[in-house]
Every structure is written in C-alpha cells, then in structure tokens.
Design a protein around this ligand. Structure first.
Ligand SMILES: Nc1ncnc2c1ncn2[C@@H]1O[C@H](COP(=O)(O)OP(=O)(O)OP(=O)(O)O)[C@@H](O)[C@H]1O
Ligand SMILES: [Mg+2]
Length: 400
C-alpha cells in the first residue's frame, strides 16, 4: 500500500481540481455585477450622493434578511464613491466597521478612530471615558474638515454592547453632526434583525433612520442566477452538475433566499467533491455539504456558550425531558463537580429561555393542577454532538 500522505499529495498534484479560484467563493469577495439589486444600489447611492457635493448626507438605515446583499451593496457603493474622490482632493472619509467583531462600544469607537488616523497617543485603546473617546473623534473630524461616513454593519449587535451610558453615546453619535463645526458625520447602520428597532432607543432609531432602504428577499430563481454566475467564475467549466446547482438554490432559497448560504453550500460541496477526487459536483455532494454546514453551526454555537450555559446543557443531557427544578438540582451538582459557585435558580430559568431561543433545546409548558406549571426541556441535538464538542473544554472534560 502506498504512503497515505504521498497518495494525497500525488492526487493534489496530478488530480483534477474542480475549484479554480477559491477566493471568489469567500464571503468578502465583491463580484463585478450585483444582480437583482439595481433599485437598492440606486437607493443607497442616492442617499449618499450629497457627499460628492461636499454636503452632509442623511443618516441611513439598511434592513433586510441575512444574505440578501446588504453588506455587498453598501461596500460597493462606498468603493465607487472612494474611487471618484481619489482623483480630487476632497476631504471625505468612508469608514466601515462591523459591530459583531467588536466586544465593547469602546472597541468599536477606537476602530472608527483608527480609521480616522487617530494614533494610540491621541486615542488610547483603553482607559478613557467613552464620552472622551467620542469627543476626540469629533475633534479630529473638525480639525481635518472631514465629511465622514461611518458604516456600522450588524448594528443590532451594538444594542448588546451598549450599557446605559453607551446608549446615550449611540444617540449622540447619530446626532454628532449638530456638534461638528466644520466637518460632518453621517451614520449608515446595517441590520438583518428586523426586530432590533425595539432593542435600540427610539430616539436612536429615529435619527438613524432619516432614510431607510429595505432589501427584499431573493426567490429561488434569483438565487440560482447568482449561483450560476459565481460558479462560472470560481469553478472549472462544466464541473457542477445541474441538479447540484438546483438543489443548492432550492436549499438556500427555501426560507428567505439567503445568497450566502447558497455560496457556502456550493463551496463546501466542491471541496467534498475534490476530496473524493470526483470530476464533478453532484447532488450527493450538495446533500453532504448541507449536513456538514448544519453540524458546524450547532458545534459553533455550543462552543461559544459560557461555562454556566454549558453546565445547563449538560444537565439536560443527563436528564433529558426534565423540569426546570430538576435541571437546577442537576446543574448545582455539576457546579460542585467542577468546583464553581452556582448561580440562582432565577438566573438559570432565564438562561434556559435564552438557550431555547437558539434552538439547541426545546421547552414545553406542563400544567400540574394546584402545583401550578413548570417547563420541561429536551435536547434537539444529539448527545454525541455535545460530548464531542465539550470534550475539548478543560473544565468539563471530567464530567462529560
Ligand atoms: N445580488 C447578488 N449578486 C451576487 N452576489 C450576491 C448578491 N447578493 C448577495 N451576494 C453574495 O452573497 C453573500 C452574502 O451577501 P451579503 O454579505 O451582502 O449579505 P448581507 O445581506 O450583508 O447578510 P447579513 O445580514 O447576514 O450580513 C456574499 O458572498 C455576496 O457576495
Ligand atoms: Mg452583512
């Protein structure tokens, strides 16, 4: 038998690859043409146009379900504007940040500040009061006479980052323009959480949403067109079978037309096909890819839970279908085993509801006559998945 490493290396050298350019399948890739989104591209451009005349555009809120092209369209509009003003010496500054990638409001503001070229001395990464950070950013804008546009992508995450004082800063940020003397600041918020309006201060929403652009859902046919174009660019000719393409479009288009999911599916299916040294991506590869992506999602969300949530999940795993009270006593004994202080039953009840929202467990209300009612919880994922994922957590190793 040949050496297993050599066998794979040989195959990689001589074997056919199906994917000719992997980068094109990455979510940050900006395709040359954006299909089905002319209206939205026009609306976003219209809204930001005043910057070219050196006046201040209104704040803008961009909404739509995940994978409907919001980030793509906004980035493309920004890069086109940037291209235009490069030739002139307009003092404009277009800044993009994603609040999902920041853990604090301070971090987000520093990220904005750095892009305005405030260095560590002018704006230290820690230690200032938020209001001071904010003041320094505004001063810089005035000092350089800048017309600035701040894009805050996934702005709904900001609602989680902000404390009470943060809320106020967010409000001030949307109204910053009133404090600027010579520069201007426009805020562009992007969100896929259609309920986030309820999470943010209504004052923030009203000044942020001076203008709004809503991205509608793609249908299966549109997803298919987007996929076809991406496949032509990224894959070797004729290497994706039609049924495979159709299944990807159907799976991703099923709920609300998530183009990201469609592209992920075809990328993973392509990788699976290459690994099997197949010459074409078939419908089976897509099915396998879909399973793999689902599993990864569960694994990632399990991994990302803090310790006490993990202990609760383990308690449910040990007594599947038990009531809140039973889960709480099991949880307490698990806390003892790992040498941690337990949280209150009230807090645990709250956490159970939060975990339920993620879909990993499901709860059912049970009426117990004069004893009132209780909620019983069941896992919706396999115990193997939990064991496999928690096994890597040093604190949990022994009790898994
Ligand atoms: N009309 C389109 N034409 C070509 N590619 C598209 C189109 N719409 C979306 N895509 C691609 O689909 C993926 C997801 O798009 P994008 O990141 O813009 O979604 P989003 O609306 O910002 O989603 P989320 O709310 O989850 O951030 C990207 O790879 C993007 O290039
Ligand atoms: Mg996005």
């Amino acid at each position: 038998m040949s050496d297993p490493i050599d066998r794979l290396l040989d195959a990689a050298e001589t074997g056919k690859s199906i994917i000719k350019n992997r980068d094109i399948l990455h979510f940050t890739y900006i395709p040359n043409t954006i299909q089905h989104r002319n209206t939205e591209q026009e609306q976003v451009t219209q809204s930001l146009l005043p910057i070219l005349k050196q006046s201040r555009p209104s704040n803008l809120l961009v909404y739509g379900k995940p994978g409907t092209g919001k980030t793509l369209v906004v980035k493309k509009v920004l890069s086109k504007i940037q291209e235009r003003v490069k030739k002139s010496n307009f003092p404009i500054k277009l800044i993009y940040t994603n609040s999902k990638e920041e853990t604090t409001l301070y971090g987000l503001l520093v990220s904005l500040g750095r892009q305005l070229e405030l260095d560590e001395k002018e704006l230290p990464s820690t230690g200032l009061a938020i209001s001071e950070v904010f003041k320094r950013i505004l001063n810089k804008i005035d000092e350089k006479n800048l017309n600035a546009i701040f894009v805050i992508d996934e702005i709904d995450y900001l609602a989680q980052l902000v404390s009470k004082t943060g809320k106020d800063i967010l409000y001030q940020l949307t109204r910053a323009n009133e404090r600027l003397k010579t520069g201007s600041l426009t805020l562009v918020g992007i969100s896929n959480d259609l309920t986030f309006k309820e999470k943010l201060d209504p004052r923030v929403i009203s000044s942020l949403g001076e203008e709004e652009v809503v991205f509608t859902n793609y249908n299966v046919e549109q997803i298919k067109k987007i996929l076809e174009e991406r496949i032509t660019e990224a894959f070797v000719e004729d290497s994706v079978e039609d049924p495979a393409l159709n299944l990807c479009a159907a799976l991703a288009g099923g709920e609300h037309g998530d183009a990201r999911r469609a592209i992920d599916l075809i990328r993973v299916a392509g990788e699976i096909a290459e690994r099997q040294q197949s010459e074409k991506v078939t419908i089976d590869h897509v099915r396998e890819a879909s399973l793999k992506i689902e599993e990864n999602k569960e694994e990632t969300s399990l991994k990302s839970y803090p310790l006490h949530e993990k202990l609760i999940i383990l308690a449910i795993m040990k007594a599947n279908g038990s009531s809140t009270g039973e889960i709480y006593s099991l949880y307490k004994s698990l806390c003892k085993s790992v040498g941690r202080d337990e949280l209150t039953q009230r807090r645990i009840t709250q956490m159970l509801s939060e975990i339920e929202l993620s879909g990993i467990i499901s709860g059912r209300l049970i009426h117990q006559g004069i004893h009132g009612r209780t909620k019983k919880y069941k896992l919706t994922i396999s115990t193997e998945m939990i064991k496999k994922t928690f096994k890597d957590d040093l604190t949990l190793q022994d009790i898994v």
